[in-house]
Design a protein around this ligand. Structure first.
Ligand SMILES: *[C@@H]1O[C@H](CO)[C@@H](O)[C@H](O)[C@H]1NC(C)=O
Ligand SMILES: *[C@@H]1O[C@H](CO)[C@@H](O)[C@H](O)[C@H]1NC(C)=O
Ligand SMILES: *[C@@H]1O[C@H](CO)[C@@H](O)[C@H](O)[C@H]1NC(C)=O
Ligand SMILES: *[C@@H]1O[C@H](CO)[C@@H](O)[C@H](O)[C@H]1NC(C)=O
Ligand SMILES: *[C@@H]1O[C@H](CO)[C@@H](O)[C@H](O)[C@H]1NC(C)=O
Ligand SMILES: *[C@@H]1O[C@H](CO)[C@@H](O)[C@H](O)[C@H]1NC(C)=O
Ligand SMILES: *[C@@H]1O[C@H](CO)[C@@H](O)[C@H](O)[C@H]1NC(C)=O
Length: 376
């Protein structure tokens, strides 16, 4: 029987000790991470692509996702108000910056005065499903929604709360480091109607351009400096549109509108950032990110890009994903691009967030979200 030399056991002891120290350091780092001591605040604005429960607080909205089977892959299969089987793009972006998921909806934070100030220091989510850049967007289809202008008014409150907590100077500094993520525009494009708007398609785009510009200027004047903006995905490819048009492919007219919108936004941001000298931005091209998946799904581990996982009728695109419609729910949810008739699955949201965070110029420009966060 081999005898263990004292030297070997000393070495073994030291090895164990150092392993223990490494474990301890990792535990401490975990705690730091969990408390987000280093994470910057994230403020999220926009529509259902990034709504994490705002609309649960609107009594008169028809754009609700706090019903099963939404959230089937969320912890405890809880339907939280996210239009997703699990997490959505807001959550997946927040995860890239050290959080477990998106900051909570502003409308849920304000329910509890005792925790509000502590929570809001990490950010808040103002996004509302069905909403848009224009005030009238979504109203016809969904009733009550919180449009982008109102979301920014709610942020004014938060800005005042920051000022009350830490004073104007520290607030200014904190907000200048914070990320302002905005994902909006699809509902505005869906809602274009020459009769009701009294505008040509081009005129409508100009109105979106100048209204979006006002929103961004307002946020800048409130202290926002770092803008992570996401444009409109290929809305002509979503199961709802394809089912309604009985289309075998995507509906090109809507896709073309989405592409033009991106171009308009690109020009707007470049023009705005030359005037607002401290403004930094990253413009995510949701059109290209999604098309890349549609054109080569297997490269992303996706198998189904046509039909929704959850829904009913042609392509599961004729009925929303809600228990009252007795929807089909696919088994391999991680293999689907679309969760419901309009929205991506958690898997697709994860791909989008990864690309926005670290992708190249075809997908996010002039810099990506990780560079935006690091910029000073
Ligand atoms: C919430 O807190 C603020 C300031 O701490 C206070 O002025 C306000 O009255 C409180 N509101 C409620 C509903 O308790
Ligand atoms: C939405 O439209 C309805 C009428 O269709 C109107 O009563 C309501 O005030 C509108 N809501 C908003 C927030 O604009
Ligand atoms: C946050 O700010 C708003 C506006 O100043 C104020 O009404 C509200 O009471 C503040 N909330 C807390 C918890 O201090
Ligand atoms: C546009 O609005 C008018 C008036 O509300 C309506 O009659 C028409 O059907 C709408 N057109 C489309 C394409 O939705
Ligand atoms: C949809 O298209 C298919 C084949 O292109 C056709 O068989 C079907 O009748 C169409 N359905 C409707 C509602 O137009
Ligand atoms: C949108 O607004 C920006 C800034 O005002 C302007 O530079 C740009 O030309 C506008 N876009 C279009 C298509 O008119
Ligand atoms: C985007 O982000 C990563 C860091 O996450 C950076 O290393 C990379 O250079 C950027 N990619 C491009 C193509 O700009």
């Amino acid at each position: 029987m081999a005898k263990i030399s004292p030297l070997v056991s000393v070495v073994a002891f030291l090895l164990q000790l150092s392993l223990g120290i490494i474990m301890l350091i990792m535990m401490i780092m975990d705690v730091v991470n969990a408390n987000n001591l280093q994470a910057v605040p994230i403020f999220i604005f926009g529509d259902s692509t990034v709504d994490v429960g705002t609309n649960n607080f609107l009594p008169n909205t028809r754009a609700r996702a706090n019903v099963t089977p939404n959230g089937i892959d969320y912890p405890h299969s809880e339907p939280t108000g996210r239009f997703s089987n699990g997490l959505n793009t807001a959550d997946e972006i927040a995860k890239k910056f050290g959080y477990n998921r998106s900051p909570k909806p502003f409308l849920s934070l304000v329910q509890d005065n005792s925790t509000f100030l502590r929570n809001v220091l990490n950010g808040a989510n103002f996004a509302s499903g069905g909403s848009g850049i224009r005030q009238s967007t979504g109203n016809q289809s969904y009733g009550e929604v919180v449009w982008l202008g109102k979301q920014i008014e709610q942020f004014v409150t938060v800005q005042q709360n920051f000022t009350a907590i830490m004073g104007p100077e520290a607030t200014w500094k904190k907000l200048s480091e914070s990320l302002f993520i905005i994902s909006v525009g699809s509902n505005d494009l869906f809602d274009y109607n020459e009769t009701t708007s009294g505008l040509s398609k081009e005129g409508y785009l100009l109105s979106l351009n100048s209204t979006y510009r006002n929103h961004l200027e307002n946020l800048y004047s409130l202290g926002a400096r770092k803008f992570g903006i996401v444009s409109v995905p290929p809305i002509g490819c979503c199961p709802a549109v394809r089912a309604a048009h009985n289309a075998t492919g995507c509906v090109e007219e809507l896709n073309a509108y989405a592409r033009i919108f991106h171009t308009v936004l690109d020009t707007l941001l470049s023009s705005l950032s030359s005037q607002l000298i401290e403004m930094k931005y990253a413009l995510g091209n949701a059109y290209e990110i999604t098309m890349e998946i549609i054109e080569d799904p297997s490269a992303f581990g996706i198998e189904e890009t046509n039909s929704a996982c959850c829904g009913n009728g042609n392509l599961n695109g004729e009925k929303p994903c809600a228990a009252i419609y007795h929807p089909n729910v696919c088994a391999k949810r991680e293999k689907y691009l679309f969760w419901d008739l309009f929205h991506p699955t958690q898997e697709a949201a994860k791909i989008a967030a990864r690309t926005l965070h670290g992708g190249g110029k075809r997908f996010v420009a002039p810099i990506n979200f990780s560079q935006l966060a690091a910029a000073n």
